[in-house]
Design a protein. Structure first.
Lengths: 91, 367
């Protein structure tokens, strides 16, 4: 994961989502146990979060994501990057 | 010979600004279904008086308003004890607490147990002293200025900057954005609660609100607590739904407050998430209206308070699991004009058998 996509807690007022606090509920809801915030998420988002929680390296994630959704690795990488930026995820 | 414990509880109205009484009653009955509950009411139409469910009362009495002072309160409680000798009183309204604190020794001599809060800790957590408390323990509190006249209120607004909140000494708060709004709110709060009015900076940030209910042991320890994020709010900012969070930083703040105050009994801490983390905006010296939610998931703090007051072994509170949530549900209760007539004469009984007047009976709580 590129450094500019990893935000440390405090950069956005302590509102970054920390992966260890994130629970995927029934594959369709992401719940942050620390902040109490929850969001409906797509199946592909649930897949990315689950892989990141398993500490799957970014390269391997891009590969498995592109294979799973039958898209090119470049598009997969961009998808994942945009998603992580949206979520302000901290690993 | 044994008798059931008799517990008096106030704050029985579950309106759009729900009071905690019925939630406290429900929680106590979850563990002690045979406890006799006496409602202390200020109005014939307090909704809890009409409940036939587990949050209802066995009998209720009209009480003098807290502004009448502690002597009037004691006189009325003595009258009540002639019919229903009380073992425990759990005051559930902020405005009542000072009178109860004044009567601590009277209650001791009458062998009536109340949460053993000290005046010192009560004052330290008051809205006008909260900033000082936060500073002492390293917790962020929004800038707060107590004001007693309109000129001072304008000055405070100027110093803090709009938008900000004006809060009543005990209840009531409104967000104000202009001097005109500030004047209107200031006068309303002064008329309702007297001075001072507290001007408090609005917390800039996500604005997410977090509430913590807990029970202090009086020695600086926490017997149990439950933290929620408010997920639904009423028009006046009260929690209508909440979800349990597990935030170690928030928990640490709670523990710091309780340790510093050596808090004894129930409390509610209110935080808002700002740009730099949680900011403590209020500490209430009683159970909140949502306290029956944790009771339903293993953290029955009102029942623990009863155990604590009776020096009984306490069932430890289970940690509340993040993700459990509550949504409030309003129902229509049926009453009858005869109930109003009965209560207007001072009291009402719902099939409660008055206890024999003998404080030497052994208290027994039947599970």
């Amino acid at each position: 994961m590129s450094a500019n996509r990893t935000r440390k807690n405090g950069v956005n007022g302590g509102n970054a989502v920390h992966l260890s606090n994130l629970k995927i509920v029934n594959g369709c809801l992401a719940f942050d146990v620390c902040s109490g915030k929850f969001h409906r998420i797509s199946e592909s988002a649930a897949f990315v979060i689950s892989e990141l929680k398993r500490q799957t390296p970014l390269g391997a994630l891009i590969t498995s994501y592109s294979q799973r959704y039958e898209i090119s690795p470049a598009i997969a990488a961009r998808d994942i990057e945009l998603f992580l930026n949206d979520m302000s995820v901290t690993r | 010979m044994t008798k059931q414990v008799t517990i008096a509880i106030s704050g029985l109205h579950r309106g759009d600004n729900p009071q905690p009484g019925p939630a406290v009653i429900n929680s106590i009955r979850r563990r002690y279904p045979s406890a006799t509950i006496i409602g202390l009411s200020y109005d014939l139409l307090e909704s809890g008086l009409f409940s036939q469910g587990d949050d209802g009362v066995d009998a209720a009495y009209l009480m003098p308003f807290p502004t009448k002072g502690s002597e009037a309160l004691l006189e009325r409680l003595d009258e009540i004890c002639q019919i229903h000798p009380l073992d425990i009183i759990i005051p559930c309204l902020d405005s009542e607490i000072p009178n109860y604190l004044d009567l601590t020794n009277e209650f001791k001599s009458r062998r009536i147990k109340i949460p053993s809060l000290t005046k010192k800790s009560f004052d330290q957590r008051s809205k006008d002293n909260l900033g000082q408390l936060g500073k002492a323990i390293g917790i962020r509190v929004p800038r707060t200025i107590a004001v007693s006249d309109l000129k001072a209120a304008y000055k405070a607004c100027e110093e803090i900057g709009f938008p900000l909140f004006l809060k009543g000494k005990q209840y009531g708060a409104a967000r104000v954005t202009t001097p005109a709004e500030a004047a209107h709110v200031f006068h309303s709060l002064m008329a309702a609660w007297g001075g001072p009015v507290i001007a408090q900076s609005a917390v800039r940030g996500s604005g997410d609100e977090y509430d913590v209910v807990g029970l202090g042991d009086g020695k600086g320890g926490l017997l149990g607590s439950c933290s929620i994020r408010k997920i639904m709010l009423t028009g006046n900012g009260k929690a209508f739904g909440g979800i349990v969070v597990a935030d170690p930083t928030l928990q640490e703040s709670v523990e710091k407050v309780i340790k510093k105050l050596k808090w004894s009994g129930p409390f509610e801490l209110e935080f808002v998430k700002g740009r730099h983390g949680h900011e403590l905006i209020e500490m209430n010296p009683r159970f909140p209206a949502w306290c029956d939610f944790p009771s339903q998931i293993g953290c029955n703090l009102p029942a623990m308070l009863v155990d604590m007051l009776l020096s009984r072994p306490m069932t430890p509170a289970a940690p509340c699991k993040a993700g459990r949530l509550f949504v409030r549900h309003c129902v229509d209760l049926v009453g009858d004009i005869s109930q109003l007539a009965e209560l207007s004469s001072g009291s009402i009984t719902n099939d409660a058998n008055p206890n024999p007047i003998n404080n030497d009976f052994v208290l027994e709580l039947v599970k």
